[in-house]
Design a protein around this ligand. Structure first.
Ligand SMILES: Cc1cc2nc3c(=O)[nH]c(=O)nc-3n(C[C@H](O)[C@H](O)[C@H](O)COP(=O)(O)O)c2cc1C
Ligand code: SF4
Length: 464
């Protein structure tokens, strides 16, 4: 296994890594000082653009491009930076490690980003269950204020800056950026129609950049290394513009579940075998892997890349197993799934894919905000049909009904929760149709139900 350099997580193993003293001794705030005292905002923006950071929150949108969507500064108009630290996607627990083990990396990234986009205020919207993360971020903000890194003149610059830690209230949908903004404003956490996008009209009606924790935590090292060098860490071809290093999560039936840092572009096989230590039970082969949080369609080892056209961006991996394709935003899309949050859930042969799907659909039915009929009705309907199938009260036509309901949800709603429900549902049925038909006829075989630990990872709750 090649050894990769830890960058985002290089302070994780230091004793009391979350404290200002330890983080600062290890280099924290050097880049913020340089940026605020010597670099023009445009220069910072161009380094971030050159770094080719694809947003780490799930959609993979280029961070530099997003920052470029801000309208020109206007007298009397505020600009906000909002950090999405809601991390509610089942199977995803990477941002949590950054906030708990190295909150100063995120706070430094926020200071630099505020400088770049011309913001005085940043809100970090944190999932409320992450109490330790919230406490450490709050302490970090107090330490920054005491040292003059935040406040009226951060690093002596005449540009006031403030960071507010805002705990959410436990709703998955508040991770969707516009729902998050409504919640931040004290309104019901429901997604807004886009456009206007937050960069044009966001928090409190003002231009707002919403970025994921990991996206912004990368910014200090982007400046330290230079954007082009940071981008070149990626193992993907440069033309894919998917740069840098990432935090990969892995959970489920592997020996060493956890969060590991590696360049963009390692394969799922490396993640499972090298970082995850291989399958938990050697006699139970891999059945399916959800590559990047529960909204991403499941993959199987036996499926191969089909890209015979030499002009296809995936041609160089033609004929390879899906597990041997480098993980990137566009490569994963090319094989019919998504990179998402880059946190994989591994399921071995003991897992019933029908029950796994049922479990996920129950989660989405519970979390739909209910604004759009296809989502409100569709998520609950999928869960109910799967309940019937698992109980042995289904029929073969119900399997087609799952497909039909999902197809009617896709692309017909305000936010991506509905697509994030329908896409994995369609993949489960397409790839495990025989199993769905068998269960529809006979119900779940005894002993095939998900064990508590896997169920917990799929629904993001504590094991029963
Ligand atoms: C239902 C739903 C939940 C989401 N949850 C999160 C989340 O917990 N954290 C996150 O960063 N992005 C989440 N997103 C994506 C955000 O809407 C947004 O794309 C992201 O915060 C942008 O940051 P990035 O460009 O740095 O990735 C979610 C999207 C949807 C549709
Ligand atoms: S798609 Fe679902 S979660 Fe998103 S706005 Fe519509 S009803 Fe709400």
């Amino acid at each position: 296994m090649p050894t990769y350099k830890n960058i985002l997580s290089n302070r994780y193993t230091l004793s009391r890594s979350w404290t200002m003293e330890v983080a600062e001794k290890a280099g924290a705030y050097q880049q913020a000082r340089i940026a605020l005292t010597t670099l023009a905002p445009e220069r910072v923006k161009s380094e971030v653009e050159a770094a080719n950071i694809r947003g780490r929150g799930g959609a993979g949108f280029p961070a530099g491009m997003k920052w470029g969507f801000l309208p020109p500064a206007k007298e009397g108009q505020d600009v906000y930076l909002v950090i999405n630290a809601d991390e509610g996607e089942p199977g995803t627990f990477k941002d949590r490690t950054l906030m708990e083990k190295d909150p100063h990396r995120l706070l430094e990234g926020c200071i630099i980003a505020m400088h770049a986009i011309g913001a005085h205020k940043c809100f970090i919207y944190v999932r409320c269950e992450l109490e330790l993360a919230i406490a450490r971020l709050e302490q970090g903000v107090r330490d920054c204020q005491a040292r003059g890194y935040l406040g009226a003149r951060p690093f002596g610059k005449d540009w006031a800056m403030d960071i507010v830690i805002h705990p959410g209230a436990g709703a998955y949908i508040c991770g969707e950026e516009t729902s998050l903004l409504n919640s931040l404003e004290g309104k019901r956490g429901e997604p807004r129609l886009k456009p206007p996008f937050p960069a044009v009209k966001g928090a409190f009606g003002m231009p707002t950049i919403v970025n994921n924790v990991e996206t912004i935590a990368a910014v200090p090292d982007v400046l330290a290394m230079g954007g082009a060098a940071w981008s070149a860490i990626s193992l993907l071809p440069p033309e894919m513009k998917d740069g840098g290093t990432r935090l990969y999560g892995i959970s489920g039936h592997v020996k060493r579940p956890g969060v590991y840092e590696a360049p963009v572009g390692i394969t799922l096989r490396e993640l499972i075998d090298d970082f995850g230590g291989g399958m938990l039970h050697p006699d139970r082969p891999l059945k399916g892997v959800i590559p990047g949080g529960s909204s991403t369609p499941v993959l199987r080892a036996e499926d191969k890349v089909h890209a015979p056209d030499p002009k296809s961006p995936l041609h160089r991996w033609h004929g390879k197993s899906h597990l041997d394709v480098p993980m990137g935003v566009d490569t994963m899309r090319g094989i019919g799934t998504m990179l998402g949050t880059c946190c994989a859930i591994v399921m071995d042969s003991s897992v019933s894919m029908v029950d796994a799907a049922r479990n996920l659909m129950k989660f989405y039915a519970h979390e739909s905000c209910g604004q759009c009929t296809p989502c409100r009705e569709g998520t609950g309907w999928l869960a109910n049909v799967l309940d019937q199938i698992c109980a042995g009260r289904g029929k073969a036509a119900d399997v087609d009904l799952l497909v039909d309901i999902s197809n009617n949800m896709m692309g017909n709603t305000i936010c991506a929760l509905a697509d994030g429900t329908a896409m994995p549902m369609l993949a489960f049925v397409r790839k495990f149709r025989k199993e769905f038909l068998e269960v529809a006829e006979k119900g779940l075989p005894s002993g095939a139900r998900l064990d508590g630990a896997i169920r917990a990872q799929l629904v993001g709750k504590e094991a029963a």
